[in-house]
Every structure is written in C-alpha cells, then in structure tokens.
Write a protein that binds this ligand. Sequence first.
Ligand code: MIC
Ligand code: SF4
Length: 642
Amino acid sequence: MGYNLAEKIIASHLLSGSLTPGEEIALRIDQTLTQDATGTMAYLEFEAMGVERVRTERSVAYIDHNTLQSGFENADDHRYIQSVAKKHGIWFSRPGNGICHQVHLERFGIPRKTLIGSDSHTPTAGGLGMLAFGAGGLDVAVAMGGGAYCITMPRVIKVELSGALQPFVTAKDLSLELLRQLSVKGGVGKIIEWGGEGVKTLSVPERATITNMGTELGATTSIFPSDERTRAFLKAQGREQDYVPLAPDADAAYERVIRIDLSALEPLIACPHMPDRVVTVKSLSGTKVDQVCIGSCTNSSLFDMLKAAAMLKGRTIDPSVSMSVSPGSKQVLSMLADCGALSDILASGARLLECACGPCIGMGFSPNSGGVSLRTFNRNFEGRSGTRDAKVYLVSPETAVAAALTGCITDPRELGIPALQVNMPPSFKLDDSAILPPASAEEAASVEVLRGPNIKACPKGKPVPDSLSVTVGLKVGDNITTDHIMPAGAKILPYRSNVPKLSQFCFEVCDPGFAERAKALGECVILGGSNYGQGSSREHAALVPLYLGVRAVIAKSFARIHIANLINAGILPLSFENSDDYDRIAQGDAICLKNIHEGLESGRFTLEVNGRSLTLLGNFSPRQRTMLLAGGLLNATREGLV
Ligand code: MIC
Ligand code: SF4
C-alpha cells in the first residue's frame, strides 16, 4: 500500500511508533514557532530545561498577539522573548512584522518538513505541504531542545476537489462548507489531506486559508500537496531552493474521501457563536451590520487584501459601519502601499490596523454593545471579541466588503461588481529587516536575558495521587473552548506570564465565581461535556486550573491539544464510559476516585458519587502515565523520565 502525504512526512520523521492509527508516535521536529501570548511561558519552560542552544533546523519567535502596550507588561515580555531568543539560537520577528502564520508561510515554511508551534493555527503551513501542528508551549520547548513531539497517530481523510471557485466564492467558503458538513468536532483525531484536480486552481495563500481553518474542525492538522503552485509561491518569495515536490502515492489509502465540487459552492457565513453554525450568506441577506474586520491569520494575505481593495476602490463604506483592515505582514502592507491599493482601502473609509492579530483576539477594535460584527477570522466564540454580547459572524473578504459597502449582510455576487481579476505578483517584496537573527554560539554567553516584574513562577504539577476525594468545582456543557476556560483579550492577555493574576479570570465567561470558589475548595475537579477544551493551544487553560487546585477534568470527550496540555500539567483527564453519567453528577457534589494508579494501567477508573459507582475511562500511553505520575512533563523531563 502506498503512502498519502501525511504518512510520507510522518514516516520520514518517525522516532518511535508505527503508522497505525490510534498508536502513540514520536516525531522529529524540523522547525518550531512561538507567538508572544504563549511564547513567554514556552521560553521560561525552555530555560528550565537547561538547553543552551535550540536543536531544530529553524526556530522563530514571533510578536503578533500582545501588541497593545497599555502598561509595561507586554513590552517587558517582548523584551524577554527578544533576549532569550537571541541567546538560545532562535530567530525573532519584531512586533509589526506580522502574524506568525502569515510570516512563516512567506519566509520560513518548507514542504515536507515538520513544524510545531505554540498556536493552534500552526497547520496554516500545511498550505505549503508542511506537516505542521499546534501544540502547548511545553511541547514546543521540548522540541526546541531536540526532543520528540508525541501524538496519537491520526486517521487520514481526503477531501477531493473538482471544478473551480466561481467569482466571489472563495477558499474561506470552502472551509465553511467543510465545517457545515463535519462540525467543530468532525476533524478530531484526523489529518485532513486535500487533493483532486481542483487543488491546482488554488494558490498557496488560498490553500493556507483552508489548512488554517482545519483547526476549527478539531483536526490534528491539514495538508496540501506541494506542486507547481507551491514552487511559484516559493520562487516569488525568493526561496525556490526550498521547493520540494510532495504528492500522494497512486494507491494511497484514506479512512474516508469527501468530494467537493468547487464550482457548486456559494458564499457562506458562520453565525454566532461557533464556526460550524454555517448558512448561506443569501439566507441572512439584509441583516444590519455594525462592524466589519478584514485580517487575521486566515485571510490577511496579499491576495485577500488586493481583492478587498479592488472591491473598495472608488466606493465608500456605509456610514453606519466601522471597518478595519489588518494586513497579515509587513510584506503585505508595504506591497499594498507600493501598488496604490492601500490608498483605495483608506479612501473607502476603512481604518488601518497594524499587522497583528488585533481584533481576532480582542486586542482592540471590540464591537459596540450587542453589535453585529462580520469578520474574515476563524473563530467567533462568545466574548472572544472583547464585547460579551456582540454577535460575531465569520465570512470571506468578499462578503465582508459587501457588508461594509451596503451596511447589511449581502451576497457579494449581488453587488453588481464585475468578477475580480487579482493575480499574484511574480515576485514579492523581500525585506527581512524586522526578522532578527540569533547571536552566534560564541556571542550567546554574553547575551543577558531581560526579565520584567510581570514574569511570575510557573505553577508546579503534583503527581497524580492514588485516590482523590474532592468536590466538583464546576460543571459546564458541550464544546467548551479554551476562550471559556482562560479568556484572552486586551485586559487579560498581558498576564500570560503571571499565572496568579491570570487565575482571577479563569472561566469568567461561564461562571465569574469559579476562581474564588476553587481557591476556597483547595482542590477540585471540573466536569465537562463533549469536545472540552476546543480552540486554542494555550497551555494556560491547563496551567491556571492547575494553580487553582484542579486535579482532574472529567468530560464526555476532549479536544486534542487541550488534553495534551492537561497531561503535560499533571491534571488527570478522564472520560465517561457511559456519557449519560454526565447527568448523574452536579456541581458541588463530593466525588471519590480510588485506585487511580491501577486505573492508569488498565484504562478504567471507578468514580463514587451520590451512592453510585460510575466507570470512567482514560487510555494513556506509557509516556503519558509517566508524566501523570511525575506531576507533568516538566517534572518528568527534569527527572530524566521521558
Ligand atoms: C487564538 O487564536 O485563540 C490564539 C490566541 O492564537 C491561541 C493562542 C493563545 O491563546 O495564545 C491559539 O489559537 O492557539
Ligand atoms: Fe492570531 Fe487570531 Fe490567528 Fe489566533 S486565530 S493566531 S489570534 S490571528
């Protein structure tokens, strides 16, 4: 049997395990990336490991999330990341240079290589034929130190594309269509591989939009072949030497094949507050819109910006709409300026924001109270925009501009604008002056690491005990995101390196009293529904509960990166054998878990609650058992156990 794309890269990077789905595999990692909101913690963890110089082929630290400096915190963290990167062999992308995924695609991604990043949208690089995973900061720190990245071998599904996108229908609509079909849980445990004749019609930035949003499906990663379009993109980036072809073998096998005819797609929109609440734009036609945002790692390429500019040229946005445009990188912004498209955007009445995540993570530009915001982003979780009662919809740049021009949700095909003719340039503007190289090995010793007062110690994991008698500190429902567990936004993000302060906001969206209650309880467990912890890779969604005394999370099912982060933190994640048992436990109940150590071996645990005995499951690999018994990955690494 031949190999598919994912198997080819996995086979060539496999350190242990086999390509059997469900088995734990250890992969050699060629490249890593971090961003600033998760990076400070990742580099503190890296420092704690005592490795002098990164052992990857390329590691890059980006500053793109915490760019509002309304106090010393973010500026201090940026200085820390810059100095620690310089000392340990890591490239540093300065604030203003762009969003990590966009810049990595432009300047560093290489087909057939492996990449892990402390950001859940790291699979964006799959648009270039890279096998790229979002991971917790600690996993990235371990990979920087030359350690393996361990995951459960996923099943690989193929999406076979035919036809070609019609005018005003985009790669974003294709992503939304897959979310409509599969839901935010549909990709869990799977790699999504894109193939078929239709692939040739998609440029690398369009492919990157699609692999970016594979994260919203819960997929382990997504990947496109590396072909002549990939070569053309790399050549235009002055990196043709990085081109390597990648195609599946003719007899490659897939768990399932989904067929999509690109020609049959139409503009789609995801409704509040989940990326899979997808309907046609037409069906919401006429809904009043208050705000429109174009940007984020999903839709901020030069291609996306040029399309938006072409639609805005010579037109003005509706006076009732506030519109922002955040180009994905300095390269995109300066090329927009050079060709005059930036003037068209500004003349339309849109506001230019810096090349950063910005409104996507609530770093400014929050909507008005109860406002309707149409965004070209990838997530619309409740409260994420910074305005609790805002209604955020996810759309393509074309649909976003249509709403900005008319003041209400509008199918862009109905504007009467002729089909857009936007071609990628034969060469991009190359200026890497905002990417600082690390110090040489000789100079490194004299580089001082600069730490500000916002950096506080990381909480220490405790070994999982043999029995646990605690209270259910919180009960939540299905699809709880990491934005619920550990909210972000301009007010909270500056405390990412200060867990005690950050802990005040834990679960604030669901239950503002949780943090105080957990502290009063001393130790507790959390009860969750299905797909618990979906969304971001932020390990703070595990570290903060650890700090608050959470010893176990019992849920119907977990999202991939979050369950890894819980285990890395030494928090026991267990699921129900019978999911109806979820209804038999209430917040405030006293529970007792006995013979946990035996359960770690057998995969079965007994929970006593309200006079009943319930069975919980937890199938851990030997490595995961070691981590849980050591109180997390950092302890296990320090003790030389993994
Ligand atoms: C996000 O989109 O939620 C983030 C902010 O980029 C996160 C990382 C973080 O929380 O710092 C992600 O996607 O992993
Ligand atoms: Fe930044 Fe938003 Fe992308 Fe996360 S999803 S990396 S916050 S742009």
